[in-house]
Design a protein around this ligand. Structure first.
Ligand SMILES: Cc1ncc(COP(=O)(O)O)c(C=O)c1O
Length: 339
């Protein structure tokens, strides 16, 4: 769907391939870790049976200290957006932008009227709770937000809660922020829905694994519209494995290393005089470079794919999103040459 100027269904994966270094897609690792591949290989003999998500539900609940009734495993975080848009009627939805466009695409497809709440680059894309219309009964916000990389304070998110409203916080990248600060996943809060993804940290975007944490009544309504067996046996196995204490500890180590890489990238960009948006906390940065479309194409010539920013509502062709990787010195040198 192309909505006016914005192609809401554009994803970074359309910008990779052709042997380019992938800085366009935010999946952190090029392949799942060995221990996870062993778990996945181990379940192949069970594929004759229909999937059973109960062990996954319990493992996710234990990982977040929640009741299993608060958990719905989904085929990636993306499925959760469609389930929410479908289960919660065609009401007044508000989407805080710029953010991942799949929630808005799902809302529009389900017939919702969508009000866009724009955050301003001049303010570093910080959340302004007052900007969300009082009549909005379904509000979507990302934390940390893709593509701005801004992490909103939990206290500010709570200000968005209101009677009769469902606040959906997309925490798809929060496991990549050390200590998972500002998360609303840790307790059952009235009217709050948290969406999580396992695909980025663990390199399993092709497997589709995510989940929703919410009050049991909300979970039941989502389950009622979820296609049968939408979480496959391997995805359920991955959910159990990635929710173990060892996996959570590994994710936290990766997050700490990622934070160092992020800080090196931001310094490198600033040293080149490149404007970095807001205070980046996620494993990607949003930059504004006048004439960024030309820069993006020149970077492709130099072997690097970065993501265009202009498909995100609120951004234009001067914006690019760059994924954080271990050693960005080659990229920074290539960028310097094309600026
Ligand atoms: C902010 C955000 N939320 C959710 C998703 C979807 O994640 P999943 O692969 O779990 O469906 C993405 C994918 O890029 C994303 O960027």
């Amino acid at each position: 769907m192309v909505d006016g100027e914005y192609d809401l269904l554009h994803h970074g994966d359309r910008e990779v391939g052709d042997g380019l270094v992938d800085l366009a897609v935010n999946v952190r690792v090029p392949e799942p870790p060995e221990w996870l591949r062993r778990e996945l290989a181990g379940c192949l003999g069970d594929l004759a049976a229909y999937p059973d998500p109960r062990a996954a539900t319990e493992a996710i609940a234990a990982r977040h200290g929640r009741d299993p009734a608060d958990v719905l495993p989904t085929a990636g975080a993306a499925e959760a957006f469609t389930l929410l848009a479908t289960a919660f009627g065609a009401g007044n939805a508000a989407v805080v932008h710029p953010q991942f466009t799949e929630p808005e695409a799902a809302l529009r497809a389900a017939g919702h009227h969508v009000h866009r709440v724009p955050l301003s680059a001049a303010d570093g894309f910080v959340l302004k709770p007052d900007a969300v219309p009082a009549e909005a009964d379904l509000v979507f916000v990302g934390n940390p937000t893709n593509p701005t990389s801004v992490l909103h304070p939990a206290a500010m998110l709570r200000q968005l809660c209101a009677p009769g409203r469902l606040l959906v916080v997309d925490e798809a990248f929060l496991d990549a922020v050390p200590g998972e600060p500002e998360s609303l996943a840790v307790e059952r809060l009235p009217g709050v829905v948290v969406v999580r993804s396992l695909t980025k940290t663990w390199g399993i975007a092709g497997l589709r694994a995510g989940y929703v944490l919410a009050e049991p009544e909300v979970i039941e309504r989502l389950r009622a519209v979820q296609p049968p067996w939408s979480v496959s046996t391997p995805a359920a196995v991955a959910m159990v494995a990635c929710s173990s204490a060892r996996a959570v500890e590994e994710a936290s180590r990766l997050a700490r290393a990622g934070e160092r890489d992020l800080s090196a990238l931001v310094s490198g960009l600033r040293a080149l005089g490149v404007e970095v948006a807001g205070v980046p906390r996620a494993p990607f940065v949003l930059v504004r470079i006048p004439g960024a479309s030309r820069i993006r194409l020149a970077l492709r010539e130099a072997g690097y794919a970065v993501r265009r920013g202009d498909t995100f509502p609120g951004l234009d062709t001067d914006w690019l999103r760059i994924a954080v990787r271990r050693d960005m010195s080659g990229f920074l040198a290539a960028l310097r040459d094309v600026l």
